[in-house]
Design a binder for this molecule. Structure first.
Ligand SMILES: NC(=O)NCCC[C@H](N)C(=O)O
Length: 292
């Protein structure tokens, strides 16, 4: 079996690209990076260890990038600078200027492991991985917003069309403004082929209707926990269908997923995820998702 490939959001996670936070995060100026009041670099590094252990316990192989002080504090959110397809990786172009140097880190990691590059998003296009959701293996949904523009969506479409994939763009709301992070994956977490956790009030309406037309069961994220967590209560990572990892402290959201048949693991992440605006899905770039 090849060591890469993923056109699915919840099939068993077998290989993932992750970056341990270190000096770049510890020295980050929270105002410059738009980190919230619970930001504490040393605590975030500590909290990340428990998250990495959960990934290891799931049996997933981790390809590690290391933070050796390049100043790229957000680079621990490996979900965003590249996208994986069954035909190779797509090197993206970031909408957040401070993250511009991150895609090159991913490209080097893929090259070192002989993982092919299917293509790149070029200027003026921008696409961030957090805006991309595989609805099925032939349909990629992309949120058009502050981080991802129409030029980027068109380029993604041109790269994937020869492989039988349709790329459909849907407008995201502005919500908390241009500086804040709102990706499509901030308002939906697929948990299995036919199950997703959503915050419907911020979902693109036509995407909501498409999910329903596809017969996908939607768990509504409790609004109080969504707002209290700055949306991070909803950012939930499946390591296999129905087996998920979330940030601790949101019991109603957890119970809603359990009631739908999910097994939920949690880790403490006030300094890591809530403060830095990215959860378990954002901390992982799936490289291989497939039933063994
Ligand atoms: N996929 C995601 O939602 N990633 C979260 C990225 C958070 C990071 N602080 C950012 O603003 O890009």
């Amino acid at each position: 079996m090849s060591g890469f490939g993923s056109q699915d959001m919840s099939a068993p996670l077998q290989r993932v690209l992750m970056r341990r936070p270190g000096p770049s995060l510890m020295q980050a100026d929270p105002a410059r990076w738009h980190y919230g009041p619970t930001f504490d670099g040393a605590k975030a590094v500590y909290q990340y260890r428990a998250f990495a252990q959960l990934i290891e316990q799931s049996g997933t192989e981790i390809i590690w990038l290391d933070d050796e002080g390049d100043g790229l504090a957000d680079a621990m959110f490996t979900h965003d600078p590249s996208l994986m397809s069954d035909h190779g990786a797509i090197i993206l172009r970031m909408g957040k200027p401070l993250r511009a140097d991150e895609p090159a880190l991913h490209e080097r990691a893929y090259a070192a492991r002989q993982i092919p590059i299917l293509g790149r998003i070029d200027a003026p296009g921008t696409v961030e991985g957090g805006d991309c959701v595989w609805l099925d293996a032939r349909t990629l949904i992309v949120g058009r917003g502050v981080r991802t523009n129409q030029e980027g969506i068109d380029q993604l479409g041109a790269l994937l069309a020869p492989h039988g994939v349709a790329v459909l763009g849907f407008d995201l709301p502005l919500w908390q403004g241009e500086e804040a992070c709102l990706h499509l994956m901030s308002v939906i977490s697929p948990l299995a082929d036919d199950l997703a956790l959503v915050f419907a009030p911020l979902l693109p309406a036509a995407f909501y209707q498409l999910l329903k037309a596809r017969g996908i069961r939607l768990i509504e994220a409790p609004a109080d926990e969504f707002h209290a967590s700055n949306g991070l209560s909803l950012n939930v990572l499946p390591t296999r269908p129905g087996e998920v990892i979330m940030v601790e402290g949101f019991p109603a959201t957890k119970a809603a997923m359990e009631a739908a048949g999910c097994t939920v693991s949690t880790f403490a992440a006030d300094a890591l995820c809530i403060a830095c605006e990215g959860g378990p899905t954002c901390l992982t770039r799936p490289v291989l998702r497939r039933a063994a």
